[in-house]
Structures are given as structure tokens and as C-alpha cells.
Design a protein around this ligand. Structure first.
Ligand code: IPD
Ligand code: CA
Ligand code: CA
Length: 275
């Protein structure tokens, strides 16, 4: 990575992100208690007042400290304020469907790229008051305590997690093929409805592995930093370097990574070309 920021820069950046995440988390909690309007992006893709309010709060909070930094935020898109090499990648409410139903599995996710390299991630779950954080080379933490991936080395004994995109009804790349295979190979599979929390939970050893197709950069930006810093591995489906802009992801404790890639490859090989 060319010209990485100095560690002291990380400290201030991290504090800024943690404050912004907690403030946005309070906004989510207030809306969860008071009620909120819901709009539909498609029949199963919701957005609420809380998404917009939390996103604006994160942007305002970070901009007050770093006015020339740029943003990629789920609801407002790309916001360029200057030529800074820093881009904050924000999902103000990951787990919107859960939030709308009162199911307590959602979070605020704030990632940071410096010269297109992911350098920082902060994810806050206001329902459990759990703040996950990591900076490049600085390790991963949950509420200030170091976290580490699990030591499960066998797929048969692994608890995996996955998710399904909002276009599940329209595309054949809907992950159901991979899901069927993993269901027969893992000890168990969960679907939490928050990709950002899924990455944190692999980082914390609560899950052993996570895979998903058709994710967006804001779903993965913070969580992939947290996972790597917790000792985990993240790649695309072919085991190559992961890209925030490449939609697919396999994340694991490292020990079961090859086994997960093999299952995905078996499933891809079983799909007729053009299907
Ligand atoms: C969604 C969640 C979900 C994943 C979807 C995402 P949102 O994000 O992360 O777990 O399966 O693909 O779009 O809409 O709740 O921010
Ligand atoms: Ca999301
Ligand atoms: Ca979201």
C-alpha cells in the first residue's frame, strides 16, 4: 500500500468513526422505539426513515472533522468533496429488513479506504451495545477487547452463515445452489440478515465461515478489515484477492477456507454454462 497513514492518523480516524457509529446507533434505537416510515425499493427491498437519518448523521459527523474526505454511502451514493485519498464507505443500517420487523440484528457499518485500500472498519450493533473495530495492522477489537477467529478446522464441525440478495426472485445467481451444498456439509447454517454483522461474527469466532453473492461495497468495507485483523481470510469464489467492488465473498477463520472454496467450486461446476 503506497504511503499508508501513520498510526497516529489511525487513532483520530478511528475515534471519529467510533463516535459517528455510536451516534447513528442511537438514532436507530430512537426510531426503533418511536416508529418510522417505510418505503420500498422493490417488493422485498425496504428503506426506512431511520436509514436516511443515520446515514446523514454519519456523514455530518465525519465531515465536521474531515471536510475534504469523500464518501460512498448506500442511500446517497458517491459524494466527492475534494481530492482526498480517503473515501468513507457507509452502510447506515445493515439489516434493514430485521430493523423493520423489530428483529434485533442490525448495525451501522463504517469502512475507510485510503488510496483504494481498506484501512479501517467500525461496526456498531446498538441492540447489544457491541462495537467492533479494526485498523490496518492494529488488530481487531470488540468493545475494546481483542477478538480472534475460531480454531475450527473441519467443515463438518463448522457453523456457517450466508445471506440472499434482494434480487433473489429475478436472478439465477441467487445463492440457493451454494446454500443447498453447504447445508449438507456444515454442522449448521444461519442467515442473520446483516452481512456486516456476519463478518464481525466470523472475526469474533462466533461463526467459522461466511459466503455470499451480490453484496455491495458498503456491506463489506468495514467487516473485511475487522475480519482480516482478527486473523481471518477473505477472498472471492476462486480464492483470489477480495475486491469490495466484486460482489462475491468467502470469509473464514482461514482453516476451513479451502474446504469452503471447494464446495463453491463443486456447485459452480454443477451449473450448466449460461444458466
Ligand atoms: C443486506 C444485508 C443482508 C444481505 C443483503 C444486504 P441491507 O443489507 O446485509 O444480510 O444478505 O444482501 O443487501 O439492505 O440490510 O443494508
Ligand atoms: Ca447492507
Ligand atoms: Ca443498508
Amino acid at each position: 500500500m503506497g504511503c499508508p497513514p501513520y498510526q497516529s492518523d489511525f487513532t483520530e480516524l478511528l475515534e471519529t468513526a467510533m463516535t459517528a457509529a455510536r451516534q447513528a446507533g442511537s438514532i436507530l434505537t430512537r426510531y426503533a422505539l418511536s416508529g418510522f416510515r417505510v418505503e420500498y425499493k422493490n417488493p422485498i427491498n425496504l428503506v426506512t426513515e431511520a436509514d436516511h437519518a443515520a446515514e446523514q448523521s454519519v456523514i455530518d459527523s465525519i465531515r465536521s472533522r474531515y471536510p475534504s474526505h469523500n464518501f460512498l454511502a448506500e442511500e446517497r451514493g458517491r459524494l466527492d468533496y475534494g481530492s482526498s485519498p480517503y473515501v468513507w464507505i457507509i452502510d447506515p443500517l445493515d439489516g434493514t429488513t430485521n430493523f423493520a420487523h423489530g428483529f434485533p440484528a442490525y448495525c451501522v457499518s463504517i469502512g475507510l479506504e485510503y488510496q483504494r485500500q481498506s484501512v479501517l472498519g467500525v461496526i456498531y450493533d446498538p441492540t447489544r451495545d457491541e462495537l467492533f473495530s479494526a485498523t490496518h495492522g492494529g488488530g481487531a477489537h470488540m468493545n475494546g477487547h481483542p477478538i480472534h477467529v475460531s480454531e475450527t478446522a473441519i467443515l463438518d464441525q463448522s457453523l456457517l452463515v450466508t445471506g440472499f440478495a434482494y434480487d433473489i426472485r429475478e436472478t439465477k445467481q441467487n445463492n440457493l445452489d451454494h446454500f443447498v451444498r453447504f447445508a449438507l456439509r456444515a454442522q449448521g447454517i444461519r442467515r442473520t440478515g446483516s452481512a456486516a454483522l456476519d463478518l464481525c461474527y466470523v472475526a469474533a469466532g462466533r461463526f467459522d465461515g461466511f459466503w455470499e453473492v451480490r453484496l455491495n461495497p458498503w456491506d463489506m468495507a468495514a467487516g473485511t478489515v475487522i475480519l482480516r485483523e482478527a486473523g481471518g481470510e477473505v477472498t472471492n469464489f476462486r480464492g483470489e484477492a477480495h475486491s469490495l467492488y466484486g460482489q462475491e465473498l468467502v470469509a473464514s477463520n482461514g482453516l476451513i477456507h479451502e474446504a469452503m472454496l471447494t464446495v463453491i467450486q463443486e456447485s459452480l461446476d454443477a451449473t450448466p454454462p449460461g444458466a
